[in-house]
Design a protein. Structure first.
Length: 228
């Protein structure tokens, strides 16, 4: 699995740094303002022109890419402390390559490109944490693409569910209860597979006691998945 507690260290540190300095930074950089995004609404869509950055304070944001063939691939699920936006301000090609959609209500702060550039230029500790979090996200996306190309669907689902348990799970009697609920279509988009195939595999996992799920929740028996 590509994710580890170490991967979350920079993310948590970045969140703490923003929390500690937010009021001061808002006074110095006037473009910083709070945005509340309702569930299923978009921070931006693929193809939009957007040069701002977003710092996620609460909630979960889905990054996805819609291919020319019409199928959607979920690139990443981002949580508290993550920053998204374009580091390169190229007005000739500043359309977004992916969509950023709120899963449930999201509270974030929007920061203009020029203000964000000045901010990270004045704070080497902040710029390094931003670099680390973006590098980690890129590494995980590359891992996902390799997994889609080389692993069968069942293994991709197992790996993805265990990663989600690490990122968004709370301990329950089954093992982990996900703090987010993904429909089978959303899970299929996340693993790059057909929804009907994912549905069959999920039903098989449930019959084998590896997980349980309702319309509201997914509970993962991590011991059964990992063979512990």
């Amino acid at each position: 699995m590509p994710l580890s507690n170490n991967d979350n260290t920079a993310n948590d540190a970045l969140h703490s740094l923003f929390e500690q300095n937010l009021e001061e930074w808002k006074k110095k950089y006037p473009s910083i303002h709070a945005v509340e995004v309702p569930g299923k609404q978009f921070l931006y869509r693929q193809g939009d022109q957007c040069t701002d950055f977003f710092w996620i304070r609460d909630g979960i944001v889905k990054l996805s890419h819609l291919a020319l063939q019409g199928n959607e691939l979920t690139l990443a699920l981002l949580k508290r402390g993550d920053i998204i936006g374009r580091l390169q301000n190229d007005t000739a090609s500043d359309t977004m390559d992916e969509s950023a959609q709120a899963l449930g209500k999201v509270m974030c702060y929007r920061i203009g490109y020029d203000d964000f550039r000045q901010l990270i230029s004045s704070r080497p500790d902040l710029s390094w944490l931003v670099f680390e979090t973006i590098y980690t996200r890129q590494r995980n996306i590359e891992h996902k693409l390799r997994m889609i190309l080389t692993q069968p669907v069942e293994q991709r689902i197992v790996t993805t569910l265990l990663e989600l348990a690490q990122l968004f799970g709370a301990r329950c009697t089954h093992g982990f209860s996900l703090e987010i609920f993904l429909t089978q279509q959303e899970l299929a988009d996340l693993v790059g597979a057909n929804r009907s195939v994912v549905s069959t595999i999920m039903n098989d996992f449930r019959s084998r006691g590896m997980l349980d799920y309702t319309r509201e929740q997914i509970c993962i028996n991590d011991a059964a998945f990992t063979g512990e």
